[in-house]
Design a protein around this ligand. Structure first.
Ligand SMILES: [Zn+2]
Length: 132
């Protein structure tokens, strides 16, 4: 079973199995859960979310997909068009994973806020002294 990459503008209502749909415009990807349960897995794309790489042998989706809210609790990685099962996480591990994600996101936005503050300060200084 290989996963193929399909670029779309809008996510179709019905997803085909073994297809990773990617909408660059809406920065999102979607596919049907690899266990065959039929659940749609939506993964937002971005620096603090998931990323998709189109490889020669198939797409890769990183980080792993965990269907913690679904009955199947599937956990896997898509790499080069192949499903790599990552083993199930217990509740504590899910919590920890969420915490790591949360910390990474906080750090990202803090860094961004700092850099935009520095830019604002620089613009202010230039405005203050630039005219003379
Ligand atoms: Zn499933």
């Amino acid at each position: 079973m290989r996963i193929e990459l399909r670029r779309v503008e809008f996510m179709p209502k019905e997803l085909e199995p073994n297809v990773l749909y990617v909408s660059e415009k809406y920065r999102t990807a979607a596919h049907l859960c690899a266990c065959g349960c039929g659940n749609k897995i939506r993964t937002p794309l971005g620096p603090t979310a998931w990323s998709v790489v189109a490889g020669r042998r198939g797409p890769s989706l990183w980080p792993s997909v965990g269907s913690w809210q679904r009955p199947c609790r599937s956990h896997y990685v898509i790499r080069d068009g192949e499903i790599h099962w990552a083993g199930q996480w217990n509740d504590a591990e899910v919590q920890q994973g969420r915490l790591r994600e949360h910390t990474a996101r906080e750090a990202y936005f803090a860094a961004r806020a700092r850099s935009s503050y520095a830019r604002r300060l620089w613009a202010w200084l230039k405005a203050l002294f630039g005219g003379r």
